[in-house]
Design a protein around this ligand. Structure first.
Ligand SMILES: [Zn+2]
Length: 244
């Protein structure tokens, strides 16, 4: 994984874009679920004027994708808002929007996720409250698991972070011993989180996915292959539009 990443924000025609500089050859534009955030990956040396030019050309497409996501969200939060939609630890919850004055937050009430939002809150507000909720859930579970597994495996990570990742469930930098886990794991059965955590910690013992690595996995987590299959089965299609 290249570490020469720089992230800046661009504002073009009322659209806020996150610009990621990477050592790549082409420019990519992605509009991400659930809130239609726009991510641009651009080559390190491409000028901002060139990037702006490409983005302006693609604006109609970007706005169309954002509209699709906002419609998807409003469908799940309108009158039929008890339909199961949001997942937490492998379980589907209906969502209930409760208008209230004060701090926006989310609470689990029986079989629903109750979103306390200010009147006239935006799609971004809803997405932000959900994001904070998932992050907190994931970090709480991780804290407990991490202490145990570092002792069992006799390894120690320098830090564990949670972020949105598009193509992987976790990553481990064996040089810095820094581990990242995908925020989406909060939606999967909890055994899957444990599997990904043990997988990344095992990289501190063996960097590649060779027979030694698999032997470590089988030693520490004998049912890792079942958990891996469970994770793949539980992976709902990410509502993600992509164009290069
Ligand atoms: Zn790996």
């Amino acid at each position: 994984m290249p570490n020469t990443k720089m992230i800046t924000q661009l504002h073009i025609d009322s659209v806020c874009l996150q610009l990621h500089r990477k050592s790549i050859k082409n420019l990519y534009i992605r509009v991400l679920a659930p809130d239609g955030q726009v991510h641009i990956s651009a080559p390190l040396r491409m000028s901002e004027a060139t990037i702006r030019g490409v983005v302006i050309e693609r604006l109609p497409w970007i706005k169309k994708q954002q509209l699709k996501f906002s419609q998807a969200i409003s469908q799940t939060t309108s009158t039929k808002n008890t339909e199961p939609y949001y997942y937490l630890w492998g379980r589907a919850y209906g969502i209930k929007i409760i208008e209230h004055i004060g701090k926006q937050h989310l609470r689990i009430c029986d079989d629903k996720l109750c979103l306390y939002l200010r009147p006239n809150s935006s799609i971004q507000d809803k997405a932000l409250v959900l994001d904070v909720f998932y992050r907190t859930e994931l970090k709480n579970q991780l804290q407990k698991m991490l202490v145990d597994w570092q002792v069992i495996m006799d390894v120690s990570a320098s830090s564990i972070g949670v972020k949105r990742m598009r193509t992987r469930w976790g990553s481990c930098n064996t040089g810095t011993k820094k581990i990242w886990l995908n925020l989406e794991l909060a939606k999967k059965p909890i055994e899957c989180l444990e599997y990904v955590l043990v997988h990344e910690l095992a990289h501190l013992l063996e960097p590649s996915h060779n027979h030694r690595f698999k032997a470590y996995m089988s030693h520490f987590l004998p049912d890792w292959q079942t958990r891996k299959a469970l994770l793949n089965a539980a992976s709902l299609a990410h509502q993600q539009a992509e164009e290069s």
